[in-house]
Each structure stands twice: as C-alpha cells, then as structure tokens.
Write a protein that binds this ligand. Structure first.
Ligand SMILES: [Zn+2]
Length: 480
C-alpha cells in the first residue's frame, strides 16, 4: 500500500486556516449556548418572583418615612437633637414663603432640601438680570420667567418629594387669608412695609407663626413674630409705619449679595425648628447681623402690646375686616419693592431727557458751550457713568457748595438767564441755566427745590434721571 502523500506546503496552510475557522465557530457556538442558558435562568427567576410571595422583610419599623426619605434625610436622622420624629413632623409640615427674592431664594432651597412637606411660593414679579447677584434660586435661562414658577422649578429639581404650590398673583388683602390659611408657618421674605403689615395681620388673625427677616446694605435682622406666650407681632413693635423716606430698600441703598442669603438661610433654620419642634425659636428676640464686622448680636424684644390693633386685647383688625383694610393708606407706600416716584416740582421746572439732549445738540451745532448739567448722585454712581458735560456735586453737599453751583451756571455761557430767573414754583419756567440729574428723578427734584431756597432759581430737573435717559435715549448705557 502506497504511503499517504505528504500535503504540499500550500495545502497545509489551507488546512490550518480551516482549523482556525472551526475553532472560532466553536467558540461562538459555546458563547451563544451560555447566553441562552443565562436568559433561561433569569426568566425562571423572574417568574418565581412575580408569582410567589414577596420575600420576608428582615427589619421592623414604625414610622412614616420611606426608604428614599431615610436615605435623603439621613444626616438629619443621625442628629441626636433632631432625629426621626422631628423629620417626620417636618415632612408633614407646610410653609408659605412670601417673596421669591434675596431672602426667599435660599430659604426655599433649604426648606425643599430639608424635606418640608408642602412649600408655598408667592410672588408677582418676573426674574430680572439685576436679581441674580443675590436671588440664587433663579438662573440666567429663567430671566423673564415668573419668579414663583422659576423658584418652583428649582425646588422640584432639588427634591421631588416636596409638594410645591405657586401663588402667582402676589400677596394682597383680598387673597391673604385664603393663602395663609393653608400653611403651618409663614416666612416673610418681602422688602416693603405695606406687605409686611399685611402678612403680619394675616398671621395674627389666623394664629400662624411668622418668621421675618430683612437685609439692606451690609446688615441683616431676623425674628419670629406671633409665636409663644406674650410674643409680639410686627405691629406691637412698629404701631406706626415708618415714613417712606426712612425706608431703606435694596433698590436704593444696595445690598451685599450674601447678606440676604445668610438671613434667608437663618429663616429656614427657624422654620425647621418650628416645624420639627426642636430648639429655642427666636421669638421675643431680634438677631442682628453686621456683615462687615462679622458679628451676630441678639437683643431681647418687648412683649405683646396690649393696645395692639392686631394682637392686643381689643383688636380692630379681624378676619372679617382684614380684606378691606387700606394698607397703602396706612403706610403711604405702594406694596412693591421698587422706590416710590416723587412728584414735588411743577411741570414748569422739569424737562425730559429728550429736551436736554436737544439743548445739548443745538449748542454743539452752533458752537456754543454745552448747557450746565449738575449730577447729584453719590460718587460711586457718578463714576460708573455720567453725561459727558456733567459736574458732580452729591445731593448732601449742595448747601455747602451752592457757590460752586452758581459759578457753574455763570460759566455755562447761558449768562442771559443765569441767576436772573425770578419764577417761583408753579410759574412759567425761565430758560434753564442748570439741568439737575440724579438716578431716577427723585433727588433731582429735591435738589432743584433746595437750590431755589438757596437762591438758584433757574435750575430744572431732568425727569426720570439717568435711568430714564438710558431707557429713552441710549439703551447701551450701563445703569444701576
Ligand atoms: Zn401686636
């Protein structure tokens, strides 16, 4: 028998390739079989789980918190001074935040994060770019969105376990009781006395504690009204509304961004204590924060005033008549955070930005000196931007520098009218010798009135100040 022929070199290579392909095929088949077996086992296990009884629980508990609650609030639950029962009360509690601004922003975020059961958010305004330096619940993307909606979105994104209600029409005597009635605690995060008195009265007549704070400039204050034996309400401390000119607002006085942040967080702390039933609530005490000194001070407040019209022995403000109470007449101020617009000069002593611009243009065309413009804003506002021909004398220095003002008029080439005007307020305006400019047209009116008392009779006010100039003539101008 003839021996088998040895394969040639090319045949050997062919057989090796076939063997490699067969090994690959075998490996693939093994993988497919293993996958199929795993799927079979998983399906069998699922069927057993669906059809059979649930596995016995290996733990016992007698509280209302779900596994998600426990995980989310674990750091509260670990706290010996807070713990399970306080967290349960917090989760069942409700708080109304009136104002979704500098105070309301951090308060709402921390209360949502802490697990308050229901959060009510009140506002009437929309998000503005100038809000964002302190109202951190809002975002650039939500500029122009209603503040209550924007704040609700942020709270929902932070904690979907919290129920969030929005009250979009703001807070007014007609809706105050209906809104407050649905909550356990109220947080005053507004910035005007008219709404503060209304919130106070609504809380008093409905028996709700009121966590109140304020932040202006670099200072903050915090207290809890209407809570506990003999604790005063806002009216007990302030039976008369402060005069409008004595009310500092962030829009006028400025505010350091983190200061309302700190006060809003402290309001959230008081609410958590109130709802959780722990700690000493800041009733009958006022916490004062001086940010520049880095100092907190607590002072004792007086008790309830027996003659208080809201919480005294014979209150005249009741559930029945609160809606008809005229809070604007009582405070003399509109219920907004914006500065009031003064109107102390007759039209004859006022010009519009367009009129002033016309005078400036005609002077430039005819080669005359530009009209004298006096800017009475504080130095920090003047240095931010001002009209090119403006002279700066702050309002507070007018009396001391009145001769400088008269020199300014004499030097403006408007000699035919400088110092010679004789019109009294209410008479026909002489040709202006001096145009007085301020931020919004309030101080400029007061300045013109004061200059007239000092013998400068031909000064006029520029209506609406730099804000109006920017709005009506030059939108590129940076205004504050
Ligand atoms: Zn009172």
């Amino acid at each position: 028998m003839a021996p088998a022929e040895e394969p040639r070199g090319d045949e050997l290579e062919q057989k090796e390739r076939e063997l490699a392909l067969l090994k690959q095929r075998m490996a693939l088949l093994e993988q497919e079989v293993a996958d199929a077996r795993r799927r079979q086992q998983h399906a069998a296990a699922s069927t057993t789980a669906q059809d059979g009884p649930p596995p016995p629980r290996s733990f016992a508990c007698s509280h209302s918190l779900s596994k998600e609650h426990v995980q989310r609030y674990s750091r509260h639950l670990l706290l010996p001074s807070f713990g399970l029962s306080a967290q349960e009360r917090l989760c069942q509690g409700s708080v109304l935040i009136v104002g979704c601004g500098g105070l309301g922003s951090p308060a709402a975020l921390y209360l949502a994060a802490s697990g308050v059961g229901t959060l009510g958010l009140v506002d009437h305004d929309v998000v503005d770019l100038s809000n964002l330096h302190r109202q951190i619940i809002h975002t650039e993307a939500r500029v122009g969105v209603h503040k209550a909606t924007s704040a609700a979105q942020a709270c929902a994104a932070l904690n979907s376990l919290v129920k969030v209600n929005t009250h979009m029409d703001g807070f007014n005597p007609a809706n105050a009781l209906e809104i407050v009635r649905g909550y356990d605690v109220v947080l005053d995060a507004t910035d005007n006395p008219t709404t503060r008195y209304l919130i106070n009265d609504a809380c008093v007549v409905l028996g709700k504690p009121l966590v109140s704070a304020a932040a202006v400039g670099t200072d903050g204050q915090l207290t809890v009204y209407n809570y506990g034996e003999d604790a005063p309400c806002y009216r007990c401390l302030f039976p008369e509304s402060p005069a409008p000119e004595n009310c500092s607002r962030c829009a006028d006085a400025g505010v350091l961004g983190p200061v309302p942040g700190a006060m809003g967080v402290l309001q959230a702390v008081e609410v958590v204590k109130l709802l959780g039933g722990v700690g000493d609530v800041l009733a009958k005490k006022l916490l004062i924060f001086d940010a520049l000194a880095g100092r907190f001070t607590t002072v004792r407040l007086r008790g309830k005033r027996t003659e208080c019209v809201a919480c005294g022995l014979c209150p005249s403000i009741t559930r029945e008549n609160l809606a008809a109470y005229d809070y604007v007449a009582f405070t003399g101020q509109a219920p907004t955070d914006a500065a009031p617009s003064l109107s102390v000069l007759p039209p004859s002593l006022r010009v519009t930005p367009q009129q002033l611009q016309g005078v400036m243009s005609s002077a430039a065309v005819s080669g005359r000196a530009p009209p004298a413009v006096l800017d009475v804003r504080p130095a920090n506002q003047f240095s931010l931007m001002h009209l090119p021909n403006a002279t700066h004398i702050p309002f507070e220095q007018l009396d001391a520098k009145v001769e400088e003002v008269k020199d300014l008029i004499r030097g403006s080439k408007c000699v035919e009218c400088s110092g010679g005007g004789s019109a009294e307020i209410g008479e026909q305006r002489p040709e202006a010798g001096l145009y007085v400019m301020c931020r919004r047209g309030n101080n400029s009116q007061l300045a013109v009135a004061r200059l007239r008392e000092l013998g400068v009779l031909n000064a006029v006010d520029v209506v609406g100040g730099m804000e109006n100039w920017a709005k009506s003539l030059d939108p590129s101008m940076p205004v504050i």
